[in-house]
Design a protein around this ligand. Structure first.
Ligand code: PRP
Ligand code: ZN
Length: 299
């Protein structure tokens, strides 16, 4: 594989971000097949190859230019960035775009019987985490002195094992906390997936593909919630109906043959279209309402 010509993107091997990361690449037009245990997939129709790795390794792989691009959570990125600073390395990874998936937060969580009454309650306590640098910054900024117990995993069982009094871990759905009888008490960092790139200058061919990819990513993001709405309505109801269409620019109005004052209205709605919206549209006089998914959009 020619590293001068082909981009390499690092993606989480198996975990929270894997499916949505691959879905994004597919929606951007990339075709590749992934065999079992295959660490590297060759892009069949774009000069873009996918490398499957542990998410925690992605920042280093991109910083060291082993990969040109990466899809990684801000949580991991921020921890690595602070760790690099702490050991005197300058973090040089560039965030190209924050994406609208993989949203979660790094939070403090305490056992059910922990008497939590504000951040002062954790002063002097032992906090287990795999994010020692982000946690240390939070504690410093909050003016709290506590002990950080750095673990490499299974943080949620640390209190039960007596290794810590509370934890600082990622919360996405919250089911891990519930299953371990822990209660979220404070958010330390809000996170989402970021598309990152190497600090090293790219040859023209590759830089060009990064630009194209970014436009496509943008298009994918824009249409995630978007719907194409078509409906019939009396012309007189148009002002009311236009107001009800969520996040749409001026709709297209087409006269309907042989129906007097009836028109067809077509509009792209950039926000989620709920059943309630359709009910309101009907109440405003609309009929034959159709809601269609939008697959691609190029502004
Ligand atoms: C995080 C965290 C919890 C889980 C929380 O792990 O360590 O185990 O997700 O999710 P929930 O609130 O939906 O239960 P992550 O996906 O980052 O995996 P990793 O630490 O193995 O990389
Ligand atoms: Zn991880």
């Amino acid at each position: 594989m020619d590293r001068q010509q082909r981009l390499r993107i690092a993606v989480q091997k198996s975990g929270r971000l894997t499916d949505e990361s691959l879905d994004l690449l597919h929606r951007c037009g990339l075709k590749f097949s992934r065999g079992k245990d295959q660490l590297m997939c060759y892009g069949e129709n774009m000069p873009l190859d996918v490398l499957f790795v542990r998410d925690d390794d992605i920042p280093d792989l991109v910083q060291e230019d082993v990969c040109d691009l990466g899809l990684v959570g801000l949580n991991v990125l921020e921890e690595k960035r602070l760790a690099m600073l702490a050991r005197g390395t300058t973090p040089r990874i560039e965030i190209l775009q924050k994406l609208d998936f993989g949203r979660c937060r790094l939070s403090l969580a305490v056992p059910q019987d922990f008497a939590f009454d504000g951040l002062q309650s954790i002063a002097g306590k032992r906090i287990a985490t795999t994010y020692p640098h982000v946690l240390a910054r939070f504690l410093r900024e909050s003016g709290i002195a506590a002990e950080i117990v750095t673990l490499s995993g299974a943080v949620e069982i640390a209190p039960r094992l007596g290794r810590a009094d509370l934890i600082c871990d990622l919360v996405s759905t919250g089911s891990t906390l519930t299953a371990n009888h822990l209660r979220e008490v404070a958010a330390v960092l809000a996170s989402q997936v970021c598309l990152v790139r190497t600090p090293v200058a790219l040859p023209d061919v590759k830089a060009d593909w990064v630009r194209r990819l970014l436009v496509r990513v943008d298009g994918v993001q824009q249409v995630r919630e978007s719907k194409y709405i078509m409906l019939h309505a009396p012309r007189a109801a148009l002002p009311q109906i236009a107001k009800l269409l969520p996040g749409s620019e001026s709709p297209t109005v087409i006269p309907l043959d042989g129906t007097g004052d009836k028109v067809a209205v077509h509009a792209v709605c950039r926000e989620t279209v709920f059943w309630e919206t359709l009910e309101s549209l009907k109440a405003a006089g609309a009929s034959a309402i159709l809601v269609l998914p939008v697959e691609k959009m190029l502004a």
